[in-house]
Design a protein around this ligand. Structure first.
Ligand code: SF4
Length: 417
């Protein structure tokens, strides 16, 4: 019987043939934790008497969620990670280097890998055709110490995306649309396989955006086959030797199939307080935005900052609206400065956060006031997500975010292109 991407990758790491529904113990290639979940993982290892890393070169500890630290308690948590890295030889990605899901995929993940991360958006690595999934701190702690974990092999939903994106419509709109259709729990513990001409034509920036949000439909992983686009990305990261071609078998068995006609897509926006509460931007109505945020592991890449810079160049952010930009990594920040994007954004009135998660998770760098609306390029808009349960978060693409910063309300970007 033919195999899906997940069955192929998990089977290889289990050392036997597997199919959906099987329980498998697998070797793990890469483990990640971040400053929210990592200290818990280290404390679990201490309790278990397992203060070690089976594969320190591929155990990566990120200080990105509250970086630099806004409180002494978090500063102490950061030091737990720094000390564990020192003790075990694990890789520490300290404050200022960037968001875990950006760095891990730039530097560590290879097609065919299994990556486990104590962060729900670890699924981003599926864009490189890795089985990449989020787990709890204790599971990841054991994976770090023993180099193994266990998984139930997920059934797979195939998402076929054909057609061409219209101007001002992007991969972010595609994934918001899909989550709106399937629902926030529509793919619980399933693997999503994204395919079709629109996916084949996407660059890696867009593929990461799509895979990043697989978990917002409840999915265990969101994968794409590896191809020349993957190879060229790895080459640009000076890791071309890490490339391998992996495709699902033509007779792979899928539990469900979905088709999206990309040519018909419009800019989308998720309304508060769930990601699947989607509408077309053209039908959003008159919604004032007090803050716009462009950044995060979903849309904080160079391409996203370039879009914002292009749309805001020579103009001003609307009075009464704040625009925050958070580059996803130091390299992206440097490139954006080198190309003049940051200067244009600052001239337009934007505030630039250091590379990291920025205000996405609500600990610092842009907490909303009661009753305020934020339009963000991030992946999640749960009540209280950005630090205030009395505020509202709307999700959209960098195009929509950038033009909305100019108008001060949620605005269809197609009118500005
Ligand atoms: Fe999580 Fe947001 Fe950081 Fe991404 S940017 S890892 S979603 S807090």
């Amino acid at each position: 019987m033919g195999k899906t991407l997940s069955e192929k990758i998990i089977g290889k790491h289990a050392g036997r043939e597997v199919k959906a529904g099987d329980i498998a113990v697998v070797n793990v290639d890469v483990c990640l934790t971040q400053d929210g979940t990592g200290p818990l993982a280290v404390k679990q290892l201490q309790k278990m008497g397992l203060m070690k890393s089976a594969n320190p070169q591929k155990t990566v500890l990120f200080i990105d969620h509250a970086a630099p630290s806004p409180r002494k308690e978090l500063s102490n948590d950061h030091n737990i990670l720094r000390e564990f890295a020192e003790e075990t030889g694990s890789y520490l990605s300290d404050a200022g280097e960037g968001v875990c899901h950006q760095i891990i995929n730039e530097k560590f993940v290879r097609p065919g890998d299994i990556l486990i991360g104590a962060d729900s958006h670890t699924c981003t690595g599926g864009a490189l055709c890795a089985f990449s999934t989020g787990m709890g701190s204790t599971d990841v702690a054991v994976g770090i110490a023993l180099g193994k974990t266990w998984l139930r092999v997920p059934e797979t939903f195939r998402v076929i995306c054909d057609g061409n994106f219209s101007k001002g419509v992007s991969a972010k709109d595609m994934i918001l649309y899909f989550i709106g259709v399937i629902g926030a729990d529509g793919a619980t513990y399933k693997a999503l396989e994204f395919t079709g001409s629109a996916v084949k034509n996407m660059d890696m920036n867009d593929r990461f955006t799509v895979a990043n949000m697989a978990v917002e439909a409840g999915a265990k992983a969101g994968l794409m086959e590896s191809d020349d686009v993957t190879r060229l990305f790895l080459k640009a990261m000076k890791r071309e030797k890490d490339f391998q071609k992996i495709s699902p078998d033509p007779d792979a068995v899928y539990e469900k199939e979905f088709r999206i006609n990309i040519s018909e897509l419009e800019p989308m926006v998720s309304f508060p307080h769930t990601v699947d509460n989607t509408r077309k931007v053209s039908e959003a109505g008159d919604i004032k935005v007090h803050q716009v945020h462009i950044g995060t592991c979903t849309n904080g890449r160079l391409k996203d900052i370039e879009i914002a810079s292009r749309l805001l160049k020579g103009k001003k952010v609307k009075k009464g609206t704040r625009l925050l930009i958070t580059p996803a990594s130091r390299d992206i920040y440097l490139q954006a400065m080198g190309k003049g994007y940051i200067a244009e954004l600052v001239k337009a009135g934007a505030l630039i956060n250091p590379p990291g998660c920025g205000p996405c998770v609500g600990v610092h760098q842009g907490i909303l006031a009661d009753g305020e609306n934020c339009l963000s390029s991030q992946n999640r808009n749960f009540r209280g997500r950005m630090g205030n349960v009395e505020a509202n978060i709307y999700l959209a693409s960098p195009y929509t975010c950038a033009v909305s910063a100019l108008t001060g309300k949620i605005t269809d970007p197609r009118d500005f292109l």
